[in-house]
Design a protein around this ligand. Structure first.
Ligand SMILES: Nc1nc2c(c(=O)[nH]1)N[C@H]1C(S)=C(S)[C@@H](COP(=O)(O)OP(=O)(O)OC[C@H]3O[C@@H](n4cnc5c(N)ncnc54)[C@H](O)[C@@H]3O)O[C@H]1N2
Ligand code: MOO
Length: 409
């Protein structure tokens, strides 16, 4: 494909989905499966519960319930049924079975009377006058939760704690999930010092990778941090030469400055550019290319907001596609709390704070300073506010589109 310059946000996101590798699968133990994407439907192999089960502690009885004349007669307790150990035998009219929550109910029994409604004297029980249960009361029918053959979870679903419990209830100790795509990250710039190091007067701490690694893992991929390379073709080349990953992401050095050396370094590795920039603010210099042999590289700009907005909009769709999840961006409508000016020619994604008003309606405030270098502003925001290219100004109360960010994970 010819290199595309200044493509739209939607074109770039679609392109990222298109070049993502086909989903691969692996089997994992259930205790390692949280957050993974199911690759196959999970089918129930047996009924749950596998027998009619008592919902209460009490006495299982045979149908006397409709026959009020017999309700004053005592019943003879003939045994007990415990959760995990059933009563071997059945009941007939006039008999009762001591039974506990979760225990199998014999075939002939059709109600469980809770023990609070019963007086027991030796082997006999007397049901209090208003203590009779109605038919089937307090019995959970076999298969009431799910039946053998039911599709419990579908391929493509993310295994969260609740769905893991369902997989366990169905008896599986392993599940087939989509393999995590591997995303390698290289930061670049002589000015960057890793946390723990001592920055010189003209240096800053490297921070971008810390957000990026977390986001990549939150989105279901495996992040591999290569480190920070200085501004030299040799250092960048060396850092990326033997990297094995589905995608390499570089942070910084994406622009046109004399020391933006990522692309020149990769040219030695046969770099072919897919697109060289995107019509977006922040993040215009974001680019994509592939090396000799097909290794794809996504170049994110160094400014923290540019890197994170573009990771959200372009890296996430790549990861989702590699996990077999084709999810449209889920934008919500929110009411502006304060006016925003007309937009320029680049589609903008403003760092913003969303919340609900007292009527439960979503509202949003664009943060005041949208300079893409500000880590504090990004750290405060919980949504991105989308402004189409050349959008006119909007006033307080207007509805705008927002993309919620999944914070606190
Ligand atoms: N003449 C032009 N200059 C610039 C243009 C342009 O079109 N013409 N584009 C601007 C835009 S837009 C952006 S965004 C930046 C992106 O530039 P780079 O990707 O080359 O980023 P750097 O110059 O390497 O860094 C920018 C900024 O971010 C800091 N940084 C870099 N990496 C990290 C990191 N891992 N952690 C924390 N901070 C990082 C770096 O120190 C710089 O301050 O270019 C504009 N210039
Ligand atoms: O587009 Mo740059 O990303 O303005 O900061």
């Amino acid at each position: 494909m010819a290199a595309l310059k200044g493509i739209t946000v939607d074109q770039a996101a679609d392109f990222m989905r298109m070049v993502a590798p086909k989903p691969r699968t692996q089997k994992v133990k259930l205790e390692k499966a949280r957050g993974r994407v199911l690759a196959e439907d999970v089918l129930a192999t047996r009924d749950q519960p596998p027998f009619n089960a008592s919902a209460m502690d009490g006495y299982a009885v045979v149908d006397l319930i409709s026959d009020e004349t017999l309700q004053n007669e005592p019943l003879t307790v003939v045994g007990d049924s415990l959760a995990g150990r059933r009563f071997k035998g059945d009941l007939i009219a006039g008999e009762a079975l001591r039974i506990f929550t979760g225990a199998p109910v014999p075939e002939a029994a059709n109600a469980v009377i809770i023990q609070e409604n019963v007086d027991q004297q030796g082997d006999l029980i007397f049901v209090q006058p208003d203590g009779w249960a109605s038919k089937s009361d307090n019995i959970r029918p076999r298969g009431g939760d799910f039946k053998a053959g039911d599709v419990l979870l579908e391929a493509g679903q993310i295994l969260d704690p609740w769905s893991l419990s369902l997989v366990a209830a169905a008896g599986y100790d392993k599940v087939i999930v989509r393999k995590k795509p591997v995303v390698a990250i290289l930061s670049n710039g002589d000015e960057l010092v890793q946390v723990g190091g001592k920055p010189k007067a003209d240096q800053i701490f490297e921070s971008g990778s810390h957000a990026l690694i977390g986001l990549i893992e939150q989105w279901g991929a495996k992040a591999k941090f290569i480190g920070a390379a200085g501004d030299s073709i040799k250092a960048i080349h060396k850092a990326l030469k033997n990297v094995k990953a589905d995608l390499i992401v570089t942070i910084g050095g994406a622009s046109v400055g004399d020391y933006d050396l990522v692309k020149p370094a990769l040219e030695q590795m046969g770099l072919q550019i897919d697109f060289a920039s995107i019509n977006i603010k922040p993040g215009k210099p974001t680019w994509l290319g592939s090396l000799e042999g097909g290794q794809r590289v996504l170049g994110l700009p160094g400014n923290p907001a540019s890197a994170m907005v573009c990771a959200q909009l372009f890296l996430r769709p790549y990861i989702e596609a590699a996990l077999g999840r084709y999810e449209p961006r889920s934008l919500l409508a929110a009411k502006l709390t304060a006016a925003i000016p007309a937009n320029g020619p680049r589609e903008s994604w403003l760092r913003a704070v969303m919340s609900h008003d007292d009527k439960g309606q979503l509202k949003v405030t664009a943060l005041r300073d949208q300079d893409s270098s500000l880590v504090t502003v990004f750290a405060q925001s919980n949504a991105l506010l989308r402004r189409l290219a050349d959008a006119p100004s909007s006033k307080a109360g207007d509805l705008v589109q927002i993309l919620p960010l999944e914070r606190a994970q």
